[in-house]
Design a protein around this ligand. Structure first.
Ligand code: MG
Length: 473
Protein backbone atom coordinates (compact mmCIF):
# COMPACT_ATOMS: atom_id res chain seq x y z
CA UNK A 1 0.00 0.00 0.00
CA UNK A 2 1.18 3.48 -0.70
CA UNK A 3 1.42 4.62 2.90
CA UNK A 4 3.87 1.88 3.95
CA UNK A 5 7.04 3.84 3.21
CA UNK A 6 5.77 6.74 5.36
CA UNK A 7 4.78 4.38 8.15
CA UNK A 8 8.17 2.67 7.98
CA UNK A 9 9.90 6.05 8.11
CA UNK A 10 7.79 7.07 11.09
CA UNK A 11 8.69 3.87 12.91
CA UNK A 12 12.36 4.32 12.11
CA UNK A 13 12.29 7.87 13.46
CA UNK A 14 10.45 6.74 16.58
CA UNK A 15 12.98 3.99 17.12
CA UNK A 16 15.90 6.38 16.62
CA UNK A 17 14.41 8.94 18.98
CA UNK A 18 13.78 6.28 21.59
CA UNK A 19 17.34 5.03 21.28
CA UNK A 20 18.89 8.51 21.46
CA UNK A 21 16.78 9.76 24.32
CA UNK A 22 18.00 9.52 27.89
CA UNK A 23 14.50 9.88 29.33
CA UNK A 24 11.60 7.46 28.87
CA UNK A 25 9.42 8.19 25.86
CA UNK A 26 6.16 9.66 27.12
CA UNK A 27 2.98 8.41 25.50
CA UNK A 28 1.43 10.95 23.19
CA UNK A 29 -1.26 13.23 24.62
CA UNK A 30 -4.89 12.19 24.27
CA UNK A 31 -3.81 8.58 24.25
CA UNK A 32 -5.46 5.63 25.95
CA UNK A 33 -5.72 5.54 29.73
CA UNK A 34 -6.68 2.81 32.21
CA UNK A 35 -10.22 4.16 31.89
CA UNK A 36 -10.11 4.16 28.12
CA UNK A 37 -7.80 1.32 27.09
CA UNK A 38 -7.03 0.24 23.57
CA UNK A 39 -8.50 -3.13 22.60
CA UNK A 40 -6.89 -5.54 20.19
CA UNK A 41 -8.68 -8.81 19.54
CA UNK A 42 -6.55 -11.25 17.56
CA UNK A 43 -8.79 -14.00 16.24
CA UNK A 44 -7.37 -16.95 14.31
CA UNK A 45 -9.30 -19.53 12.33
CA UNK A 46 -9.68 -23.20 13.32
CA UNK A 47 -6.80 -23.22 15.80
CA UNK A 48 -7.22 -26.12 18.21
CA UNK A 49 -6.99 -26.27 21.97
CA UNK A 50 -3.74 -28.24 21.68
CA UNK A 51 -1.94 -26.00 19.18
CA UNK A 52 -0.13 -23.48 21.39
CA UNK A 53 2.84 -24.24 23.58
CA UNK A 54 1.17 -22.50 26.54
CA UNK A 55 -1.68 -25.00 26.09
CA UNK A 56 0.60 -28.03 26.00
CA UNK A 57 1.80 -28.31 22.39
CA UNK A 58 5.36 -29.64 22.31
CA UNK A 59 5.82 -29.54 18.53
CA UNK A 60 4.77 -25.92 17.90
CA UNK A 61 6.62 -23.01 19.52
CA UNK A 62 4.51 -19.93 20.26
CA UNK A 63 6.71 -17.73 22.47
CA UNK A 64 4.86 -14.48 21.81
CA UNK A 65 1.43 -15.91 22.61
CA UNK A 66 2.96 -17.65 25.63
CA UNK A 67 4.28 -14.26 26.70
CA UNK A 68 0.76 -12.81 26.59
CA UNK A 69 -0.35 -15.63 28.91
CA UNK A 70 2.62 -15.23 31.27
CA UNK A 71 2.18 -11.47 31.51
CA UNK A 72 -1.59 -11.66 31.68
CA UNK A 73 -4.28 -14.30 31.99
CA UNK A 74 -4.80 -17.72 30.45
CA UNK A 75 -8.36 -19.03 30.10
CA UNK A 76 -8.47 -22.82 30.15
CA UNK A 77 -12.26 -23.13 29.80
CA UNK A 78 -13.04 -20.46 27.26
CA UNK A 79 -15.71 -21.10 24.64
CA UNK A 80 -16.61 -19.91 21.22
CA UNK A 81 -20.38 -19.59 20.75
CA UNK A 82 -20.30 -21.96 17.78
CA UNK A 83 -18.27 -24.81 16.31
CA UNK A 84 -18.03 -23.02 12.93
CA UNK A 85 -16.87 -19.65 11.58
CA UNK A 86 -19.72 -17.24 10.82
CA UNK A 87 -21.85 -17.77 13.94
CA UNK A 88 -18.77 -17.64 16.13
CA UNK A 89 -17.78 -14.26 14.67
CA UNK A 90 -21.28 -12.82 14.92
CA UNK A 91 -21.37 -13.78 18.60
CA UNK A 92 -17.97 -12.26 19.35
CA UNK A 93 -18.86 -8.93 17.76
CA UNK A 94 -22.33 -8.60 19.31
CA UNK A 95 -22.15 -10.49 22.63
CA UNK A 96 -25.21 -12.51 21.57
CA UNK A 97 -26.00 -16.11 20.76
CA UNK A 98 -25.82 -16.39 16.97
CA UNK A 99 -29.27 -18.04 16.78
CA UNK A 100 -30.72 -14.75 17.99
CA UNK A 101 -29.54 -13.34 14.64
CA UNK A 102 -30.56 -16.35 12.53
CA UNK A 103 -26.88 -17.15 11.90
CA UNK A 104 -26.56 -20.88 12.44
CA UNK A 105 -24.28 -21.86 9.58
CA UNK A 106 -21.53 -20.28 7.53
CA UNK A 107 -22.05 -17.78 4.75
CA UNK A 108 -20.87 -18.73 1.27
CA UNK A 109 -20.01 -16.52 -1.70
CA UNK A 110 -23.44 -17.34 -3.11
CA UNK A 111 -25.06 -16.03 0.07
CA UNK A 112 -26.67 -12.67 -0.44
CA UNK A 113 -27.40 -12.38 3.24
CA UNK A 114 -25.21 -11.33 6.13
CA UNK A 115 -25.30 -10.34 9.77
CA UNK A 116 -28.24 -7.91 9.96
CA UNK A 117 -27.27 -4.24 9.91
CA UNK A 118 -29.47 -3.80 12.97
CA UNK A 119 -27.03 -5.80 15.08
CA UNK A 120 -24.81 -3.61 17.26
CA UNK A 121 -21.13 -4.53 17.27
CA UNK A 122 -18.30 -3.79 19.68
CA UNK A 123 -17.06 -1.22 17.16
CA UNK A 124 -20.42 0.57 17.20
CA UNK A 125 -20.49 0.62 20.99
CA UNK A 126 -16.97 2.07 21.29
CA UNK A 127 -17.15 4.57 18.47
CA UNK A 128 -19.27 7.21 20.25
CA UNK A 129 -16.55 7.38 22.92
CA UNK A 130 -14.01 8.52 20.36
CA UNK A 131 -12.47 5.16 19.60
CA UNK A 132 -10.82 4.59 16.24
CA UNK A 133 -12.09 1.24 14.97
CA UNK A 134 -10.23 -0.95 12.52
CA UNK A 135 -10.61 -4.42 11.16
CA UNK A 136 -8.06 -6.51 9.31
CA UNK A 137 -8.68 -10.01 7.99
CA UNK A 138 -11.53 -12.45 7.63
CA UNK A 139 -15.02 -10.99 8.00
CA UNK A 140 -17.34 -13.86 7.01
CA UNK A 141 -20.56 -12.08 7.95
CA UNK A 142 -21.77 -11.26 4.45
CA UNK A 143 -20.08 -9.68 1.42
CA UNK A 144 -22.79 -7.32 0.16
CA UNK A 145 -21.82 -3.73 0.95
CA UNK A 146 -24.56 -3.28 3.52
CA UNK A 147 -23.14 -6.18 5.58
CA UNK A 148 -19.45 -5.29 5.40
CA UNK A 149 -17.41 -3.96 8.36
CA UNK A 150 -17.70 -0.28 7.36
CA UNK A 151 -21.43 -0.62 7.87
CA UNK A 152 -20.96 -2.24 11.28
CA UNK A 153 -18.98 0.47 13.04
CA UNK A 154 -15.49 -0.01 11.62
CA UNK A 155 -13.65 3.03 10.21
CA UNK A 156 -11.22 0.86 8.25
CA UNK A 157 -11.26 -2.59 6.75
CA UNK A 158 -8.70 -4.60 4.85
CA UNK A 159 -9.10 -8.32 4.32
CA UNK A 160 -10.93 -11.26 2.85
CA UNK A 161 -14.70 -11.33 3.18
CA UNK A 162 -14.85 -15.15 3.40
CA UNK A 163 -12.81 -18.23 4.25
CA UNK A 164 -9.63 -18.70 2.26
CA UNK A 165 -10.96 -21.92 0.69
CA UNK A 166 -13.97 -20.18 -0.83
CA UNK A 167 -14.21 -18.77 -4.31
CA UNK A 168 -14.18 -15.20 -3.06
CA UNK A 169 -10.52 -15.24 -2.09
CA UNK A 170 -10.06 -11.53 -2.76
CA UNK A 171 -8.77 -8.69 -0.64
CA UNK A 172 -11.21 -5.88 0.04
CA UNK A 173 -10.06 -2.43 1.06
CA UNK A 174 -13.08 -0.80 2.64
CA UNK A 175 -16.00 -1.85 0.44
CA UNK A 176 -14.05 -2.28 -2.78
CA UNK A 177 -11.91 -5.09 -4.14
CA UNK A 178 -8.26 -4.20 -3.72
CA UNK A 179 -6.87 -7.36 -5.28
CA UNK A 180 -8.43 -10.23 -7.19
CA UNK A 181 -5.24 -12.25 -6.89
CA UNK A 182 -4.30 -13.15 -3.38
CA UNK A 183 -1.00 -14.87 -2.76
CA UNK A 184 -1.97 -16.73 0.38
CA UNK A 185 1.65 -17.51 1.15
CA UNK A 186 2.00 -13.89 2.30
CA UNK A 187 -1.45 -13.42 3.80
CA UNK A 188 -0.37 -13.46 7.44
CA UNK A 189 2.38 -10.95 6.65
CA UNK A 190 -0.04 -8.73 4.73
CA UNK A 191 -2.53 -8.67 7.59
CA UNK A 192 0.25 -8.01 10.08
CA UNK A 193 1.44 -5.02 8.05
CA UNK A 194 -2.06 -3.56 7.88
CA UNK A 195 -2.62 -4.18 11.59
CA UNK A 196 0.62 -2.54 12.71
CA UNK A 197 -0.01 0.38 10.34
CA UNK A 198 -3.42 0.88 11.96
CA UNK A 199 -1.88 0.84 15.43
CA UNK A 200 0.76 3.40 14.44
CA UNK A 201 -1.80 5.64 12.81
CA UNK A 202 -4.01 5.64 15.92
CA UNK A 203 -1.49 5.51 18.74
CA UNK A 204 -2.56 8.97 19.86
CA UNK A 205 -6.20 8.06 20.51
CA UNK A 206 -8.01 5.06 21.97
CA UNK A 207 -8.60 2.36 19.39
CA UNK A 208 -10.20 -1.01 18.81
CA UNK A 209 -8.48 -3.32 16.36
CA UNK A 210 -10.10 -6.59 15.32
CA UNK A 211 -7.38 -8.65 13.64
CA UNK A 212 -8.97 -11.82 12.27
CA UNK A 213 -6.40 -14.00 10.52
CA UNK A 214 -7.59 -16.45 7.86
CA UNK A 215 -4.91 -18.92 8.93
CA UNK A 216 -4.61 -21.72 10.07
CA UNK A 217 -7.80 -22.56 8.12
CA UNK A 218 -7.08 -24.72 5.06
CA UNK A 219 -5.59 -24.34 2.49
CA UNK A 220 -2.50 -23.73 4.58
CA UNK A 221 0.18 -21.31 3.52
CA UNK A 222 3.27 -20.02 5.29
CA UNK A 223 5.83 -17.56 3.95
CA UNK A 224 9.23 -18.98 2.99
CA UNK A 225 10.68 -17.71 6.29
CA UNK A 226 8.44 -20.10 8.22
CA UNK A 227 8.21 -23.17 5.99
CA UNK A 228 9.94 -25.98 7.84
CA UNK A 229 10.24 -23.97 11.05
CA UNK A 230 8.12 -26.23 13.29
CA UNK A 231 8.05 -29.88 14.25
CA UNK A 232 4.38 -30.23 13.19
CA UNK A 233 4.72 -29.86 9.44
CA UNK A 234 3.07 -27.06 7.49
CA UNK A 235 0.27 -26.64 10.05
CA UNK A 236 2.83 -25.93 12.78
CA UNK A 237 4.76 -23.58 10.48
CA UNK A 238 1.57 -21.58 9.87
CA UNK A 239 0.86 -21.31 13.59
CA UNK A 240 4.42 -20.21 14.24
CA UNK A 241 4.00 -17.45 11.67
CA UNK A 242 0.80 -16.36 13.43
CA UNK A 243 2.83 -16.26 16.64
CA UNK A 244 5.41 -14.08 14.86
CA UNK A 245 2.53 -11.80 13.89
CA UNK A 246 1.48 -11.48 17.53
CA UNK A 247 5.09 -10.59 18.30
CA UNK A 248 4.99 -7.83 15.67
CA UNK A 249 1.83 -6.38 17.24
CA UNK A 250 3.41 -6.43 20.72
CA UNK A 251 6.62 -4.90 19.43
CA UNK A 252 4.66 -2.12 17.75
CA UNK A 253 2.81 -1.35 21.00
CA UNK A 254 6.13 -1.29 22.86
CA UNK A 255 7.80 0.97 20.33
CA UNK A 256 4.92 3.45 20.58
CA UNK A 257 4.84 3.36 24.39
CA UNK A 258 1.21 2.23 24.49
CA UNK A 259 1.50 -1.40 25.61
CA UNK A 260 0.59 -0.56 29.21
CA UNK A 261 -2.96 0.49 28.38
CA UNK A 262 -3.70 -1.93 25.60
CA UNK A 263 -5.76 -5.05 26.25
CA UNK A 264 -4.56 -7.68 23.79
CA UNK A 265 -6.59 -10.87 23.40
CA UNK A 266 -5.66 -13.92 21.38
CA UNK A 267 -8.24 -16.60 20.62
CA UNK A 268 -9.68 -18.94 17.98
CA UNK A 269 -13.10 -18.99 16.33
CA UNK A 270 -13.69 -22.71 16.77
CA UNK A 271 -11.86 -25.99 17.20
CA UNK A 272 -9.55 -27.74 14.73
CA UNK A 273 -10.84 -29.14 11.43
CA UNK A 274 -9.84 -32.71 12.18
CA UNK A 275 -11.01 -34.22 8.90
CA UNK A 276 -8.12 -32.34 7.24
CA UNK A 277 -5.74 -34.75 9.01
CA UNK A 278 -2.24 -33.23 9.26
CA UNK A 279 -3.52 -29.95 7.76
CA UNK A 280 -5.98 -29.61 10.63
CA UNK A 281 -4.97 -28.76 14.17
CA UNK A 282 -5.16 -30.64 17.42
CA UNK A 283 -7.78 -30.40 20.14
CA UNK A 284 -5.25 -31.78 22.64
CA UNK A 285 -7.00 -33.91 25.23
CA UNK A 286 -10.44 -32.69 24.17
CA UNK A 287 -12.94 -34.81 22.22
CA UNK A 288 -13.63 -34.08 18.53
CA UNK A 289 -13.16 -30.70 16.83
CA UNK A 290 -14.79 -28.15 14.53
CA UNK A 291 -18.42 -28.84 13.51
CA UNK A 292 -19.16 -30.76 16.71
CA UNK A 293 -20.36 -29.77 20.14
CA UNK A 294 -18.00 -31.96 22.06
CA UNK A 295 -15.43 -29.81 23.85
CA UNK A 296 -12.91 -29.91 21.00
CA UNK A 297 -15.32 -28.02 18.74
CA UNK A 298 -15.98 -25.03 20.95
CA UNK A 299 -13.41 -24.79 23.74
CA UNK A 300 -10.68 -22.55 22.35
CA UNK A 301 -7.24 -21.53 23.62
CA UNK A 302 -7.52 -17.95 24.87
CA UNK A 303 -5.10 -15.55 26.53
CA UNK A 304 -5.29 -11.84 27.38
CA UNK A 305 -2.79 -9.23 28.53
CA UNK A 306 -3.24 -5.69 29.79
CA UNK A 307 -0.34 -4.59 31.95
CA UNK A 308 -2.20 -1.67 33.55
CA UNK A 309 -5.04 -3.76 34.99
CA UNK A 310 -4.42 -7.51 34.57
CA UNK A 311 -1.96 -9.02 37.05
CA UNK A 312 0.43 -11.36 35.26
CA UNK A 313 0.54 -15.11 35.57
CA UNK A 314 -3.16 -15.70 36.18
CA UNK A 315 -4.99 -18.83 35.08
CA UNK A 316 -8.79 -18.81 34.98
CA UNK A 317 -10.22 -22.33 35.11
CA UNK A 318 -13.92 -21.54 34.90
CA UNK A 319 -16.32 -21.02 32.04
CA UNK A 320 -16.07 -17.81 30.02
CA UNK A 321 -17.11 -17.15 26.43
CA UNK A 322 -16.34 -15.14 23.34
CA UNK A 323 -19.65 -13.32 23.90
CA UNK A 324 -18.21 -11.84 27.11
CA UNK A 325 -15.89 -9.41 25.33
CA UNK A 326 -18.70 -7.11 24.18
CA UNK A 327 -19.95 -6.34 27.72
CA UNK A 328 -16.40 -6.40 29.07
CA UNK A 329 -15.08 -3.83 26.61
CA UNK A 330 -18.15 -1.69 27.19
CA UNK A 331 -17.65 -1.78 30.97
CA UNK A 332 -13.94 -1.02 30.73
CA UNK A 333 -14.42 1.91 28.35
CA UNK A 334 -17.53 3.26 30.09
CA UNK A 335 -19.69 2.64 27.03
CA UNK A 336 -23.42 2.00 27.00
CA UNK A 337 -24.55 -1.47 26.06
CA UNK A 338 -27.60 -1.67 23.80
CA UNK A 339 -30.64 -1.69 26.08
CA UNK A 340 -33.18 -2.84 23.51
CA UNK A 341 -31.96 -6.44 23.13
CA UNK A 342 -30.61 -9.27 25.24
CA UNK A 343 -26.82 -9.48 25.56
CA UNK A 344 -25.77 -13.03 26.44
CA UNK A 345 -22.15 -12.36 27.42
CA UNK A 346 -21.07 -11.30 30.89
CA UNK A 347 -18.58 -8.65 32.04
CA UNK A 348 -15.18 -10.24 32.74
CA UNK A 349 -13.59 -7.20 34.44
CA UNK A 350 -13.33 -8.87 37.86
CA UNK A 351 -11.90 -12.01 36.27
CA UNK A 352 -9.26 -10.02 34.38
CA UNK A 353 -8.28 -8.07 37.49
CA UNK A 354 -8.18 -11.23 39.59
CA UNK A 355 -10.77 -9.91 42.04
CA UNK A 356 -13.77 -12.12 41.29
CA UNK A 357 -15.55 -14.72 39.23
CA UNK A 358 -17.64 -14.48 36.11
CA UNK A 359 -21.39 -14.34 36.76
CA UNK A 360 -22.79 -17.80 37.39
CA UNK A 361 -24.33 -18.68 34.03
CA UNK A 362 -24.50 -21.75 31.83
CA UNK A 363 -23.61 -22.16 28.16
CA UNK A 364 -25.90 -23.51 25.45
CA UNK A 365 -24.12 -25.48 22.71
CA UNK A 366 -26.08 -24.90 19.52
CA UNK A 367 -25.11 -26.19 16.10
CA UNK A 368 -26.92 -25.72 12.77
CA UNK A 369 -30.03 -24.46 14.54
CA UNK A 370 -30.16 -27.47 16.86
CA UNK A 371 -29.73 -27.37 20.59
CA UNK A 372 -27.09 -30.00 21.27
CA UNK A 373 -25.70 -29.57 24.80
CA UNK A 374 -25.52 -27.43 27.93
CA UNK A 375 -22.84 -26.76 30.50
CA UNK A 376 -23.28 -25.22 33.90
CA UNK A 377 -20.63 -25.40 36.60
CA UNK A 378 -18.53 -28.52 36.23
CA UNK A 379 -21.13 -30.56 34.37
CA UNK A 380 -22.19 -30.83 30.75
CA UNK A 381 -25.21 -32.67 29.43
CA UNK A 382 -25.36 -33.63 25.76
CA UNK A 383 -28.51 -34.57 23.87
CA UNK A 384 -28.73 -37.80 21.83
CA UNK A 385 -27.05 -37.55 18.42
CA UNK A 386 -27.97 -39.58 15.34
CA UNK A 387 -24.34 -39.90 14.19
CA UNK A 388 -22.70 -38.91 10.91
CA UNK A 389 -21.05 -41.30 8.45
CA UNK A 390 -18.44 -38.78 7.34
CA UNK A 391 -17.80 -36.73 4.18
CA UNK A 392 -14.81 -35.03 2.55
CA UNK A 393 -15.50 -31.97 4.71
CA UNK A 394 -16.78 -33.48 7.91
CA UNK A 395 -15.47 -36.16 10.19
CA UNK A 396 -17.49 -39.27 10.96
CA UNK A 397 -18.87 -39.28 14.48
CA UNK A 398 -20.74 -42.18 16.05
CA UNK A 399 -24.30 -41.89 17.28
CA UNK A 400 -24.74 -41.51 21.01
CA UNK A 401 -27.49 -41.38 23.60
CA UNK A 402 -27.78 -38.65 26.24
CA UNK A 403 -24.40 -38.02 27.85
CA UNK A 404 -23.41 -36.43 31.15
CA UNK A 405 -19.84 -35.47 31.89
CA UNK A 406 -17.99 -33.87 34.77
CA UNK A 407 -15.66 -31.66 32.74
CA UNK A 408 -13.33 -31.01 35.67
CA UNK A 409 -12.59 -34.69 36.15
CA UNK A 410 -13.06 -35.67 32.55
CA UNK A 411 -12.31 -32.89 30.03
CA UNK A 412 -11.98 -35.54 27.30
CA UNK A 413 -15.67 -36.53 27.75
CA UNK A 414 -15.00 -40.25 28.05
CA UNK A 415 -16.90 -41.21 31.18
CA UNK A 416 -20.69 -40.97 30.80
CA UNK A 417 -22.25 -40.35 34.21
CA UNK A 418 -25.86 -40.48 33.01
CA UNK A 419 -26.70 -43.68 34.88
CA UNK A 420 -24.81 -42.97 38.07
CA UNK A 421 -25.96 -39.34 38.30
CA UNK A 422 -29.32 -39.48 36.57
CA UNK A 423 -30.94 -36.95 38.91
CA UNK A 424 -28.23 -34.39 38.11
CA UNK A 425 -28.69 -35.04 34.40
CA UNK A 426 -32.45 -34.55 34.67
CA UNK A 427 -32.04 -31.25 36.51
CA UNK A 428 -29.43 -30.01 34.03
CA UNK A 429 -31.63 -30.95 31.06
CA UNK A 430 -34.54 -29.05 32.60
CA UNK A 431 -32.34 -26.01 33.16
CA UNK A 432 -31.03 -26.27 29.60
CA UNK A 433 -34.52 -26.24 28.10
CA UNK A 434 -35.51 -23.33 30.32
CA UNK A 435 -32.46 -21.35 29.15
CA UNK A 436 -33.11 -22.21 25.51
CA UNK A 437 -36.79 -21.32 25.78
CA UNK A 438 -35.62 -17.95 27.07
CA UNK A 439 -34.12 -17.28 23.62
CA UNK A 440 -37.45 -17.83 21.86
CA UNK A 441 -38.88 -16.75 19.52
CA UNK A 442 -35.89 -17.11 17.22
CA UNK A 443 -35.71 -15.50 13.78
CA UNK A 444 -35.71 -17.56 10.62
CA UNK A 445 -32.44 -19.14 9.57
CA UNK A 446 -30.61 -16.38 7.72
CA UNK A 447 -28.04 -18.46 5.82
CA UNK A 448 -29.99 -19.33 2.73
CA UNK A 449 -28.61 -21.91 0.34
CA UNK A 450 -31.49 -22.60 -1.98
CA UNK A 451 -30.87 -25.22 -4.69
CA UNK A 452 -30.53 -23.81 -8.21
CA UNK A 453 -33.23 -24.50 -10.80
CA UNK A 454 -31.73 -27.12 -13.14
CA UNK A 455 -34.89 -27.86 -15.12
CA UNK A 456 -33.38 -26.43 -18.33
CA UNK A 457 -30.81 -29.25 -18.31
CA UNK A 458 -33.62 -31.78 -17.88
CA UNK A 459 -35.38 -30.15 -20.82
CA UNK A 460 -32.29 -30.46 -23.03
CA UNK A 461 -31.74 -34.08 -21.98
CA UNK A 462 -35.36 -34.92 -22.79
CA UNK A 463 -35.16 -33.06 -26.10
CA UNK A 464 -32.01 -34.95 -27.15
CA UNK A 465 -33.52 -38.28 -26.13
CA UNK A 466 -36.61 -37.52 -28.22
CA UNK A 467 -34.52 -36.38 -31.18
CA UNK A 468 -32.11 -39.33 -31.03
CA UNK A 469 -35.04 -41.67 -30.56
CA UNK A 470 -36.58 -40.15 -33.70
CA UNK A 471 -33.32 -40.57 -35.68
CA UNK A 472 -33.00 -44.21 -34.86
CA UNK A 473 -36.42 -44.99 -36.27
MG1 MG B 1 -13.23 -21.38 11.72
Amino acid sequence: MKHYPQACLALTLCTLLACDSTVPVAPPPETSTPDRPNFIHIFVDDLGYGDLSCFGATDIATPHIDRLAAEGIKFTEFYSASAVCSPSRAALLTGRYPVRMGINEVFFPESFTGMPESEITIAEVLKPLGYATGMVGKWHLGHMERYLPLNQGFDNYYGMPYSNDMESAVYLSGNAVDSFTVNQRYMTQTYTRHATDFIRAHAGEPFFLYLAHNMPHVPLYASPDFVGSSERGLYGDVVQELDWSVGQVLQTLDSLGIAENTLVIFSSDNGPWLVMEDHGGSAGALREGKQYTFEGGMRVPTVARWPARIPGGQVYDELATQMDWMPTFAALAGAELPADRPIDGRDLTAVLEGTGERADQGLLYIFANELRAYRHGDYKVKLPYRGFAGSPGMKAVAAHDTLLFNLKDDPGEQNNLLTSESERARALLEEMHREYDGLLPLPEQLVIRSPADRSHYDHVREYLARRDGGNSD
